[in-house]
Write a protein that binds this ligand. Structure first.
Ligand code: EPZ
Length: 420
C-alpha cells in the first residue's frame, strides 16, 4: 500500500489548478446511460473513482473512450447496452455506483444494482433513492444484497424526499428525464454538482427547471440525444488547497475554479484571518505569514458549510489561535480524522457530533492512517504544519478524490514523497 512522507513545517506559496469535480463527473458519467448517443465530456478528473465508474459503464455495454491526447476528455456512448446488472464486486469499491440505478431503469425498464454497503463515515442508506423510484411507478425490491427495480415506463409524479440526499436527488432527476409526464422533486439537494448534472442533462435534451433550489421540475421526454459537457471545477479540492494555505500561513492562488461554488468556505477562511481576492475563475488566499484564528463550523447541506470540508477545518483549527467548535450534522461518524490528528499532538475533545479543537502553535510528526477520503486530506495538510516528517498510510483513500495531490502540493513548495 502506498504512503506519503511529508516534511514539515512548510509555507505554501504559488499557484495550483483545480481539477474537474469528482462528485459532478460521477453522476454525469452515469447520465450517459440515458441516451443511445455519444456524450462527450471535458475536464474529467483522473481519479480512482472515475476509473471505477468507467469500468462499471463498460460492463453495462457502454462504449467508454478516453482521448489519448487529453486524459480529461472522455466519450461515453450507451447506444448498445448489454446488461442492467451492476455487480457487487464493483459497487463495493465505490458507493457512488448507485448513480446508475436511475438511468438504467429509465432507459431499459429494469436495473439490478448491488446495495452499496456503508463506509467509514456512516451507514449511508439509500431509502430516499428507492422510495423516490417507487413514487415514479417502479417496482423496487431488495433481495440478496441487490436492488431489483422494474418499470415498463416510469410515470412523472410529485416526489417529496424525506432527507436531503445528493445522490438521491441525482438518481431521481435522471430517472424523471425519461418518465411519462411531469415530475416535481421536493426537498431536493442544492449542491453545485446537482446543478452541473442538470446542465448536462439539458444539453442532452432534458426539460428541467429549478436545479440549485429545493424544488426541481422535470418534463419527461421520449429520448435524450448526443451532447458535450465540461465538468465544473472541484469545490472541495479548491477548499482543501485554500485551507492548507491558511494552515501554513502561506499565499496560494487556485486557478480554473469558481468562487461561487464554495462561498460558505470562503466566509470561514476570512473569519480565520485570511485575505481573499477572487475573480471569475480564480481565488487567491494570503495569510501574510500570520497564524490563523480558530473558527466555529457547523456542517449542513448546500449552501451551508459542506461536510466534505469538515475534516480539513479540524486540521486548520488544530494549529489556529483559540478554540474552534466543529459540529458534524450530516454524517453520523465523520470524526475518524480526529483520532489520527490527536496522534500528531492535536488537542481535540469529541462530544457527540461536536469536536472542540484547542489550537496549538504546531503539531508533532507521527505515522498516521487515512480512513476515508476527506480524513486523509486533513492528515496531509496537518502534516504540513508538523515539526518533522509525517507518514500518512493507506493513501488509496486519497487517490479516490484528489488528482496527483503530491505533485500539486510540491508545486506549492511542499516536500511530499509517495513511497510504494
Ligand atoms: C454525496 O454523498 C457525496 N458523494 C459525498 O461526498 C458527500 O459527503 C455527501 O453527498 C453530502 O454532501 C457523491 O456525490 C458521490 P447524501 P451521498 O445522500 O449522496 C443520509 C466525498 O467525500 N441519508 O446526501 O451518499 C446519509 O446517511 C463524498 O466526495 C439517509 O439517511 O450523501 C447522510 O447522513 C463523501 N437516507 C446524509 O443523509 C437516505 O436515503 C447525506 O447523505 C439517503 C441519505
Amino acid at each position: 500500500m502506498d504512503r506519503l512522507e511529508i516534511d514539515g513545517p512548510c509555507r505554501l506559496q504559488g499557484e495550483v489548478r483545480a481539477s474537474g469535480a469528482k462528485n459532478a463527473a460521477l453522476p454525469i458519467m452515469a447520465a450517459s446511460l440515458l441516451a443511445a448517443a455519444p456524450l462527450r465530456l471535458a475536464r474529467v478528473p483522473a481519479l480512482a473513482d472515475v476509473r471505477t465508474m468507467g469500468r462499471l459503464l463498460a460492463d453495462l455495454g457502454c462504449s467508454v473512450r478516453q482521448d489519448e491526447s487529453d486524459p480529461g476528455g472522455w466519450t461515453l456512448d450507451a447506444s448498445a447496452l448489454s446488461s442492467c446488472h451492476a455487480d457487487y464486486e464493483l459497487v463495493r469499491t465505490m458507493r457512488a455506483s448507485i448513480l446508475v440505478l436511475g438511468p438504467l431503469l429509465a432507459r431499459l425498464g429494469e436495473a439490478e444494482v448491488s446495495l452499496p454497503g456503508g463506509c467509514a463515515i456512516g451507514a449511508r442508506p439509500v431509502q430516499v433513492h428507492l422510495d423516490g423510484l417507487r413514487a415514479l411507478g417502479a417496482e423496487v425490491a431488495v433481495r440478496d444484497g441487490y436492488i431489483r427495480a422494474r418499470a415498463e415506463r416510469l410515470v412523472g409524479a410529485r416526489v417529496v424526499m424525506d432527507q436531503v440526499s445528493v445522490t438521491g436527488t441525482e438518481v431521481l432527476l435522471m430517472a424523471a428525464c425519461l418518465a411519462d409526464g411531469d415530475t416535481v422533486l421536493e426537498n431536493a439537494a442544492r449542491e453545485p454538482e446537482v446543478v452541473d448534472l442538470a446542465v448536462c442533462l439539458r444539453a442532452m435534451g432534458a426539460k428541467i427547471r429549478g436545479e440549485g433550489t429545493s424544488t426541481i421540475q422535470v418534463q419527461g421526454v421520449g429520448r435524450l440525444g448526443a451532447a458535450e459537457h465540461r465538468i465544473q471545477p472541484d469545490r472541495i479540492e479548491t477548499g482543501t488547497f485554500l485551507a492548507a494555505a491558511a494552515l501554513t500561513r502561506g499565499q496560494v492562488c487556485v486557478r480554473d475554479t469558481d468562487p461561487q461554488l464554495l462561498e460558505a468556505v470562503l466566509r470561514k477562511l476570512r473569519l480565520a484571518g485570511a485575505a481573499l481576492r477572487t475573480g471569475a475563475d480564480w481565488i487567491e488566499l494570503d495569510m501574510g505569514g500570520k497564524r490563523p484564528r480558530a473558527v466555529d463550523i457547523s456542517t449542513a447541506p448546500h449552501p451551508a458549510f459542506p461536510t466534505d470540508m469538515q475534516a480539513q477545518f479540524c486540521a486548520l483549527n488544530a494549529v489556529a489561535e483559540g478554540v474552534g467548535v466543529v459540529t458534524e450534522n450530516v454524517f453520523e461518524n465523520r470524526f475518524q480524522h480526529v483520532l489520527e490528528l490527536s496522534r500528531m499532538g492535536a488537542d481535540i475533545r469529541i462530544e457527540h457530533n461536536t469536536a472542540v479543537v484547542i489550537g496549538r502553535e504546531a503539531l508533532d510528526p507521527a505515522p498516521v492512517m487515512a480512513t476515508d477520503l476527506r480524513a486523509s486530506a486533513s492528515l496531509v495538510i496537518a502534516a504540513l504544519a508538523a515539526q518533522g516528517t509525517t507518514v500518512v498510510n493507506r493513501i488509496y483513500h486519497l487517490d479516490r478524490g484528489y488528482e496527483r495531490i503530491e505533485d500539486k502540493l510540491a508545486g506549492l513548495g511542499a516536500a511530499v514523497r509517495r513511497v510504494k
